[in-house]
Design a protein around this ligand. Sequence first.
Ligand SMILES: [Ca+2]
Ligand SMILES: [Ca+2]
Length: 195
Amino acid sequence: MCRLPLLFLLAAATIAATPGTAPAEVTVYVEDFEDGAGNPAFDPMFSHEITASPYAEPMLYRELRSLPSSPGTGIALFLAPAQDTVTFSLLPGQEIVYVSVDANIFSSGGTEKTSIDFIGRDDTFRVLLGSPCEWKTITASSSGIGPIQEIQMRSLEGYFDNITIHVIPEPSLVVMALAGMLICLTMINRRKVIF
Ligand SMILES: [Ca+2]
Ligand SMILES: [Ca+2]
């Protein structure tokens, strides 16, 4: 007898029994390059791989520096010239549906040397920042490119800050669904022993 429908029903019941949860709940994480005291720090949700930019001279310069001319941004990532490949520590079943990044380009080096690639499951969305700019927010959503799995920021001389990701479903839902599945599997195994 197939027990899969029973398994999914019990998992769904477990989720429904959890107070204060909603299926479409979004969790927002922000990489602001600071710890709670305002010191330079990376957030554990975000992994950074800093390499020389393929569009610039082969030198690598990364710095987490404060910007006195832009109060409120605090510490920002300075890539000059370099590329930061950002990946994420998601739980199984979680997906990123929306991303935003703040950029302040001091020296762009022209088209292609300064850009942000949002790499989705199905396609890549590239934003070229071909001329210097004050702080501006670049956004991307999963519609058209699939859930976002990686961000590549490259710059001749520029600052990046406030990498913001919207994640679904929220962690508690994933944990509860996994717990429900585990309970069901345990029950099925027990029945196999009894009969
Ligand atoms: Ca910051
Ligand atoms: Ca932080």
